[in-house]
Ligand binder design. Structure first.
Ligand code: MBD
Ligand code: FE
Length: 282
């Protein structure tokens, strides 16, 4: 047993580091004309000015905001803040055209290049990993119904305590992270455990905002996936379990009815789910 605890500073620093190393966000927008930057920056600022005027924001409140924003950065919690409170709208806008599967936000804890298991296998987990065993079968198809062989299904999720490997201490590197490839019939079969509801870190700056506003920090239990195949749009999604009290009340506003699983409890205590994906051609 580890005596380390998952702190906001630890998971925030990992998420910030991960974002720096895996992405090239500035290169992706290098050609943006100044008119676009001007328009976006001005509209955001105008919305803030409007709030300050309408609400008669005080100097004490302004200074508290300044201190809080500095602390968010020091805690490494900008990825958490942006993914919890902004990404869901960006996701909606950018996937509105799709005819295939609904998606959801990526969140701060994706790591590429997890161990590969072929079309059928058990995700990496600790000996005696706690949680209800979950067997998930599905098929990946294109919007025209064609089955997609060799599609990549990347799965990552929290453990039964709500912690993610590589973002909480004392968990093996690839625990509950694995990549699967569909077979000739587009099928896959994944053995894992059911994740627990997840509370975003409460001891950092995002937690301070939540407490000060009288909100709660919970996300419903969820499985994260990225599903990709040549010639198709990358699908990023999360899947949820019916009956979770936070399905209607997710701090990250990332639940959609199309993403609810239909789990079937088995006599041996495990649970099976059948859920496939429909990808939009590029
Ligand atoms: C998570 O696990 C998550 O999925 C999101 C979106 C934000 C914080 C933690
Ligand atoms: Fe998550």
């Amino acid at each position: 047993m580890t005596t380390e605890v998952a702190t906001a500073a630890a998971s925030g620093a990992s998420a910030t580091e991960r974002f720096h190393t895996d992405k090239s966000p500035f290169a992706a927008v290098a050609g943006t004309p100044p008119e676009r930057v001007d328009r976006l920056a001005r509209r955001v600022l105008d919305a803030v000015y409007q709030t300050v005027r309408d609400e008669k924001v005080t100097y004490d409140e302004f200074n508290a905001l300044k201190a809080w924003m500095i602390n968010v950065g020091e805690d490494g919690e900008w990825p958490l803040f942006l993914d919890v409170w902004l990404e869901h709208v960006v996701e909606d806008v950018n996937t509105a055209h799709r005819e295939g599967n609904k998606g959801s936000i990526e969140g701060p804890y994706y790591v590429p290049n997890a161990p590969e298991h072929g079309s059928s296998g058990t995700i990496d987990m600790r000996e005696g990993e706690s949680g209800t065993p979950l067997v998930w079968t599905g098929t990946v198809t294109s919007t025209d119904g064609t089955v997609l062989e060799g599609a990549l299904v990347e799965l990552w999720h929290a453990d039964a305590d709500g912690f993610y490997s590589q973002f909480a201490p004392g968990i093996p590197e690839w625990n509950l992270r694995g990549n699967f490839r569909t077979d000739a019939a587009g099928g896959f079969e994944i053995h894992t455990i059911q994740p627990a509801p997840y509370q975003i870190p409460t001891d950092g700056s995002c937690g301070k905002l939540i407490a000060a506003a009288g909100w709660h920090a919970w996300r419903p239990a969820h499985l994260h996936v990225k599903v990709s195949a040549p010639g198709h749009e990358l699908l990023t999604a999360q899947l949820y379990f019916p009956g979770d009290e936070h399905n209607d009340d997710d701090i990250a506003s990332a639940v959609k009815p199309e993403l609810l699983l239909d789990p079937k409890p088995q006599p041996d205590g495990s649970v099976t789910v059948d859920y496939g994906f429909v990808l939009d051609p590029v």
